[in-house]
Design a protein around this ligand. Structure first.
Ligand code: ZN
Length: 201
């Protein structure tokens, strides 16, 4: 029989923390204990930050990003290159690209990929709004920054078909050797993609 070691409030905190990605029951327990120990430095500001975020978070009507303003900071940023539209699967991918600081364009969050297995069709994703944005006169290039998975590539092909009559260049991310990667450790698919897409040195 499992013994309850703390009151229901703490048990509930542990249970909720264990629902976070990357936190199992053990690490949730450790995180809860850490919060309880650091009530003033961590738990209080965290509670306030969660309350603030809950109150203010909105989904950007233009691109689907999550922010506390609508249009989001990225869409409202006038220094962005309006000719470049980067389509991503989800907000985490948008944030990852922003962290890398590699593109200065605007984004479009699709909300996933097409998946016959999971019953996700074009109407479940923000594809129609992407096509409409791609037709805006200032847009010259649509980057399909999608996963190198079957579903990601199916989605890329589907979008490319729909954009055939749009006056835009359609590009996708390169597939190949990761920065710092050793060839010997790569799977055959990645290695053959890398050699096919070799570039001039
Ligand atoms: Zn936006």
């Amino acid at each position: 029989m499992r013994r309850v070691v703390a009151g229901p409030e703490i048990e509930r905190l542990i249970q909720l923390l264990s629902k976070l990605p990357g936190l199992g029951p053990r690490s949730a327990r450790r995180a809860a204990l850490h919060l309880v120990k650091k009530r003033e430095e961590l738990m209080q500001p965290l509670t306030a930050a969660l309350g603030d975020a809950l109150e203010k978070i909105v989904v950007c009507d233009t691109c689907g990003n999550i922010d506390t303003r609508n249009p989001c900071m990225v869409c409202a940023d006038e220094t962005r290159d309006h000719s470049l539209l980067v389509a991503v699967e989800n907000v985490a991918d948008l944030w990852a690209l922003e962290r890398a600081g590699a593109v200065n364009g605007r984004y479009h969050v699709l909300g996933g990929t097409l998946s016959a297995l999971d019953g996700i069709g074009p109407d479940d994703l923000n594809i129609a709004s992407l096509i409409s944005r791609a037709h805006e006169p200032e847009v010259k290039e649509v980057v399909l920054a999608l996963s190198a998975t079957v579903d990601g590539q199916t989605t890329a092909h589907y979008i490319t078909d729909l954009l055939r009559d749009a006056d835009v260049k359609i590009t996708r991310l390169a597939h190949g050797v990761p920065v710092g990667g050793e060839l010997d450790y790569l799977d055959e698919g990645t290695l053959s993609a890398a050699i096919r897409q070799r570039t001039l040195f």
